[in-house]
Design a protein around this ligand. Structure first.
Ligand SMILES: Nc1ncnc2c1ncn2[C@@H]1O[C@H](COP(=O)(O)OP(=O)(O)OP(=O)(O)O)[C@@H](O)[C@H]1O
Length: 301
């Protein structure tokens, strides 16, 4: 069942389309990612889902409700992450939790929520004195305090160190395991690859691709990467003639090719035929990073 439906959404700022015909549907219980370069229209899209912005055209439904016309009902099912500026510096963690719990008809008990988010030791600390990771955990707690079915998290781990980022990812997985649907805006590929069931890649206000992380990687041109240091120079004509080749790169005597399994097999045959040994041979799958660049580059071309 789709809990969020966005159909042909358009939003124009000063005559320039920021969102230009975006459609996607988020299924109950999934972690759905919105990924895209700066200025792609990600935040505008989720703000329309949250009912913070009115679309110029198109249709948005959250559990069948219109986020603008049914704002109060939508606020009961959808928890949104606050922006940093929306919380007073002097408020303690406990006060923030109690205050936001009071905004909801059927709030979650904030104590176990604070416990789950590792905030119990920080209940008397003022917001301004929290670390970046603790602030993010508090924002997640506040987004969850109304017991929402869906939570929208925008640029959640920006500015966090690798440890705090990983802890936050575990939290998001934990939230989903508790049955909450997650709409996640990010421009971290690793985050999207690790967490999301499906991803909409948004570029220049449009959906450039919508698939599982593996599907996005698979559909990009260079899905498999092989690199090695040849014992003797290889003829560029031979390399360029390899089947399904997406790219060739030479750096510090090392050759890196991307393509498909067919490219890998053909290069091994080429090496054997020319009696060239491949040192430190590595075959890897392309990452979502590669797929992202490939997908958004295509749009740019
Ligand atoms: N209130 C506004 N008034 C005018 N233009 C805006 C407004 N908000 C966003 N824009 C423009 O709309 C476009 C899309 O912005 P949006 O914030 O949705 O992108 P984004 O994908 O979230 O970017 P980022 O990753 O940098 O946060 C950008 O060109 C931005 O400058």
């Amino acid at each position: 069942m789709s809990v969020i439906e966005v159909t042909d959404l358009r939003k124009v700022y000063a005559g320039r389309p920021a969102v230009d015909g975006v459609s996607f549907a988020v299924e109950e219980g999934e972690i759905f990612g919105i990924l895209g370069p700066n200025g792609a229209g990600k935040t505008t899209t989720v703000e329309c889902v949250e009912g913070l912005r009115a679309p110029d055209a198109g249709r948005v439904r959250v559990t069948g409700l219109d986020p603008i016309a049914d704002h109060r009902k939508v606020a009961r099912v959808l928890g949104a992450q606050l922006q940093q500026s929306e919380l007073q510096a002097k408020l303690t963690v406990r006060e923030a939790l109690e205050l936001y719990a009071a905004f909801h008809e059927r709030p979650a008990d904030w104590r176990p929520l604070a416990e789950r988010l590792g905030l119990t030791a920080k209940l008397t600390t003022r917001f301004a004195k929290l670390s970046g990771g603790q602030k993010q955990r508090l924002f997640i707690a506040l987004a969850l305090i109304g017991n929402p079915r869906i939570v929208v998290l925008d640029e959640l781990t920006t500015g966090l160190d690798p440890r705090a980022r990983r802890d936050t990812w575990e939290l998001i997985e934990d939230i989903r395991a508790n049955g909450v649907t997650v709409l996640l805006v990010t421009h971290f590929m690793e985050e999207a690859q690790r967490l999301c069931d499906r991803i909409a890649v948004i570029d220049k206000g449009r959906v450039a691709a919508l698939d599982t992380p593996a599907g996005l990687i698979h559909r990009s041109a260079g899905a498999t990467v092989i690199s090695f240091t040849p014992s003797a120079p290889l003829d560029d004509r031979d390399l360029n003639a390899l089947p399904a080749l997406a790219s060739v790169e030479h750096k510090d005597g090392r050759v890196t090719l991307s393509g498909t399994d067919e490219t890998v097999n053909a290069v091994l045959t080429l090496l054997a035929r020319t009696h060239i040994t491949a040192h430190q041979l590595r075959v890897t799958d392309a990452t979502l990073d590669d797929a992202f660049l490939d997908l958004t580059d295509k749009e740019r071309a």
